[in-house]
Design a protein around this ligand. Structure first.
Ligand SMILES: N[C@@H](CCC(=O)N[C@@H](CS)C(=O)NCC(=O)O)C(=O)O
Length: 204
């Protein structure tokens, strides 16, 4: 199997952490986004959305979308379990993961496309008001997470799961590339971050 990746891109990082947790041997292919390789006709056949990551199976079939790729990998390599063991746990982990994707990742994305790095690429007309609003949403979401982590050690339930991987990659990208680092006063959030960042698999 091959994973289409680009160094520093946060969604492929989610999958790379997942692969490392499962100790899977998957070839990493550099899809050079700076050269537009993710928009070529050949790549659009792998993922019509023109985005990475994409997992290509040995028979050539392709799976786009980080969460779907991770779900596939969990199905073919069930241990360590990262998606939940019983129906409630599976649903709860997915719910928490969706909250992070829809309520945090989406806002970080808005701040990113309206931020200075994308401005320099000249790809989109910037909307400063949109960035100001999404920055505020992200900061509020960090505060909510801090409150939640006062009582819980992990994002979903009582153990490390795919939802922790989704949150870590979102925060690390926001801090490094969008100037949205959680405030130092958010001690519970930082305690969680340190705990997850100390896992060897997250060093990718
Ligand atoms: N929902 C997708 C998001 C994928 C995504 O946005 N990938 C970024 C890189 S982190 C990308 O390819 N951006 C290029 C573009 O949107 O044109 C997933 O979870 O995989």
């Amino acid at each position: 199997m091959k994973l289409y990746d680009y160094p520093g891109a946060p969604n492929p990082r989610r999958v790379k952490i997942f692969i490392a947790e499962k100790a899977l041997d998957i070839e990493i292919i550099n899809c050079d986004m700076s050269k537009g390789e993710h928009k070529t006709p050949g790549f659009l056949e792998k993922n019509p959305s023109g985005k990475i990551p994409v997992l290509e199976l040995d028979d050539g079939r392709c799976i786009p979308e980080s969460f779907a790729i991770c779900r596939y990998l969990e199905a073919i390599c069930p241990e360590p379990n990262l998606f939940g063991r019983d129906p409630f746990e599976q649903a709860f982990i997915e719910a928490r993961n969706r909250m992070i994707e829809f309520e945090l990742w989406s806002q970080i994305g808005t701040s990113w496309v309206n931020g200075p790095i994308v401005a320099r690429m000249g790809l989109f007309k910037q909307i400063p008001e949109a960035k100001a609003a999404s920055d505020r949403h992200v900061e509020r979401y960090y505060e909510r997470l801090n409150r939640e982590f006062a009582d819980s050690k992990w994002v979903a339930g009582d153990r490390y799961t795919i939802a922790d991987i989704s949150l870590l990659t979102a925060i690390d990208f926001a801090a490094a590339m969008v100037s949205l680092k959680p405030d130092a006063s958010l001690k519970h959030l930082w305690r969680w971050h340190e705990q997850v960042s100390s896992r060897p698999a997250t060093q990718v």
